[in-house]
Design a binder for this molecule. Structure first.
Ligand code: ARG
Length: 413
């Protein structure tokens, strides 16, 4: 016997799974189903999505445009941290989940809804992100994941059920891929991609030109950052969302931001996925290079250790953890001087920083130069080196005789 719930807010995408979920939830729980969709820049047809949800049995449909919030409070925080999961994935899918949950919780409070549902399967990362975020923000809500529970083993069985229940579902040509997209990037899995030896088929990439089909001339652009946040593209003030949209389109033209990786999922398995993240790739690269110019060595090196942890917390569904917040506080405090301009060159799938400047630049020409303007105190170097190497030198002297047990045995006769 299922727990009695009266109203369920379903995270709804309009795909087969969530469409069938509406009727299945009604059936199993005898509850009213409300559909929730978030506009994170995936470019859906919202009017037809709304109609579809109502036609397939939803009581009401809520559509939120959360693009600005997503970029400002999630993607750009990840940008300031240079967050890439396993050094590669800019976390597009992972970053939307905590915000979608926050918004769904708001709707539940407003509409007196006592349960939430999502279309995640039992072996993905997204179920963890949804569930942990719900349990953190609104522990009173019942969480239901039809795909973890229901009896259907294939798309055909789902369609059969839809037919039986008179759910009006158009039979569309099934894409071999599972695709999730938002402004920060696009994630593609399944189909031929499930063989990690197989090169991603041409049709698996959705946004970007293949590098071999990109223009033969490079494209130069400048990005202006203010305290770690991009504020201008090619010297033109644009909103955060506009900057990301523009970079996605320019980057796609030049084949930037294709990522093909085998990653470690939270639930213990490895999976192969490809990503397209032109804007995120360009911005993270530019931001990192501006930090190289403006952060002192110790902070810069220490911050690199934070980057991995930040990405992991995000990927692992722990956005609302105290650690992620503490890491954010650290990252934020490093960004005060990350202000300046970066010049980039896009060419055949690569984007490289070819120039950078900042009022807070710690690069001092008269320290770095080898010409007559050199002001570096060469004479201080021997004293510095003597003390710098003192611990190592001492260790070696004390242990010189003890050749068998020491690392020195390979070097000292
Ligand atoms: N593996 C990525 C993550 O866990 C993306 C998951 C969604 N991918 C998809 N093709 N639907 O964040």
């Amino acid at each position: 016997m299922k727990k009695k719930v009266k109203k369920i807010l379903l995270a709804y995408s309009g795909g087969l799974d969530t469409s069938v979920s509406i009727e299945w939830l009604k059936d199993k729980y005898g509850a009213k189903i409300y559909a929730y969709s978030a506009d994170v820049g995936q470019g859906a047809n919202w009017q037809s999505l709304k109609e579809k949800a109502l036609n397939t049995g939803a009581e009401k449909v809520f559509i939120d445009d959360i693009q600005d919030e997503f970029i400002n409070n999630f993607a750009f925080k990840a940008l300031k941290a240079n967050a890439l999961y396993e050094g590669k994935y800019p976390l597009a899918t992972a970053l939307t989940r905590p915000l979608i949950v926050q918004k769904m919780v708001e709707v539940c409070e407003r509409e007196n809804i006592d349960a939430v549902a999502h279309g995640c399967t039992g072996k993905g990362n997204d179920q963890v992100r949804f569930d942990v975020s719900f349990r953190t923000l609104a522990p009173e809500l019942e969480i239901i994941a039809p795909l973890r529970e229901w009896e259907f083993k294939s798309r055909e069985e789902e369609m059969e059920y839809a037919k039986e229940k008179n759910i009006p579902i158009k039979v569309t040509k099934e894409s071999p891929y599972s695709i999730d997209s938002n402004l920060w990037g696009l994630s593609v899995e399944c189909g031929k991609l499930e063989d990690p030896w197989e090169e991603p088929p041409i049709d698996s990439y959705q946004w970007t030109n293949a590098p071999e089909n990109t223009p033969d001339e490079p494209y130069y652009l400048t990005l202006t950052f203010d305290q770690g946040v991009p504020i201008k593209l090619n010297n033109q003030h644009l909103s955060p969302v506009e900057i990301v949209k523009n970079l996605n389109s320019i980057g796609s033209k030049y084949g930037i931001g294709r990522i093909d990786m085998v990653e470690n999922r939270l639930v213990g398995i490895k999976s192969r996925e490809i990503y397209e993240a032109p804007a995120a790739t360009i911005l993270i690269n530019a931001h990192e290079q501006l930090e190289s110019l403006t952060l002192d060595r110790e902070t810069l090196h220490f911050k690199k250790t934070i980057t991995d942890k930040y990405a992991e917390q995000t990927y692992f569904g722990l956005w609302y953890s105290p650690l992620r917040e503490a890491l954010d506080a650290f990252v934020e405090s490093t960004q005060k001087q990350v202000t300046g301009i970066v010049k980039m060159k896009l060419y055949k799938g690569h984007c490289s920083v070819v120039g950078r400047k900042s009022p807070y630049s710690l690069y001092q020409y008269e320290m770095a130069t080898y010409d007559e303007n050199d002001r570096f105190e060469h004479k201080s170097a021997p004293g510095f080196i003597k003390l710098w190497g003192l611990p190592t030198e001492t260790y070696a002297r004390v242990n010189r005789e003890n050749k068998d047990t020491l690392f020195l045995k390979d070097y000292v006769k």
